[in-house]
Design a protein around this ligand. Structure first.
Ligand SMILES: Cc1cc2nc3c(=O)[nH]c(=O)nc-3n(C[C@H](O)[C@H](O)[C@H](O)COP(=O)(O)OP(=O)(O)OC[C@H]3O[C@@H](n4cnc5c(N)ncnc54)[C@H](O)[C@@H]3O)c2cc1C
Length: 167
């Protein structure tokens, strides 16, 4: 996506924090950690962090924010997990789990959807939960017993859900 944006002429300012967005008569002043930028229009795409930028504008999106993680497993016979033989899946019950086939890798990816690991973006860590990882492994054993062992470390990221839209 970044490559495509650049190909269409976008200038990407990396490692640049947006501190404030202030409308003025000609558009918007975006105060950043590398100086101000003036724009006719802005699109805020800050996901879990969006309300930090919106609240000074007296606006808010009702979000439920949590730290989620995905885990890779390395099956002994990874060919059986190629997309032609193994689906993208989701399992919905009291808890929801989902996963993917192997897309040219030696592993398959799975996770728990909406793990309720609630925290604010400020509280986020980059450390995965071994509890959630074990829970996922135990669940996978019941439906995909040939999943193999975990492969590398689980990867964490923030998930934000519109409060009206949660399951
Ligand atoms: C564990 C997990 C696994 C997922 N797996 C999949 C998957 O397999 N397939 C799929 O399609 N989707 C997946 N998703 C969903 C997908 O990651 C999100 O839908 C997608 O990343 C949302 O993109 P975004 O650009 O809106 O937000 P993000 O990717 O969260 O990007 C927001 C960016 O804004 C930046 N930002 C915030 N505030 C500021 C600021 N003030 N100044 C500058 N920058 C700021 C943040 O640093 C961040 O880089 C997964 C999500 C999670 C949590």
């Amino acid at each position: 996506m970044q490559y495509q944006a650049r190909a269409f002429g976008a200038v990407l300012k990396e490692n640049t924090r947006v501190d404030k967005v202030t409308p003025d008569a000609n558009g918007v002043i975006v105060k950043t950690s590398n100086g101000p930028v003036h724009a006719r229009k802005v699109i805020l795409a800050a996901d879990a962090w969006i309300n930090k930028l919106l609240s000074p504008l007296h606006a808010e999106i009702p979000l439920r924010v949590m730290q989620e993680q995905i885990t890779y497993f390395k099956p002994t016979n990874v060919e059986r997990f190629e997309p032609s033989k193994f689906p993208v899946w989701i399992w919905g019950a009291e808890k929801w789990f989902y996963g993917f086939p192997s897309y040219g890798e030696h592993s398959i990816k799975a996770g728990r959807d909406v793990s309720e690991n609630l925290m604010t973006p400020e509280q986020r860590t980059f450390t995965h939960s071994t509890e959630l990882e074990d829970e996922l492994s135990r669940f996978m054993d019941t439906i995909i017993p040939t999943k193999g062992q975990t492969y590398g470390q689980s990867l964490v990221n923030m998930l934000s859900l519109l409060i009206d839209n949660c399951h």
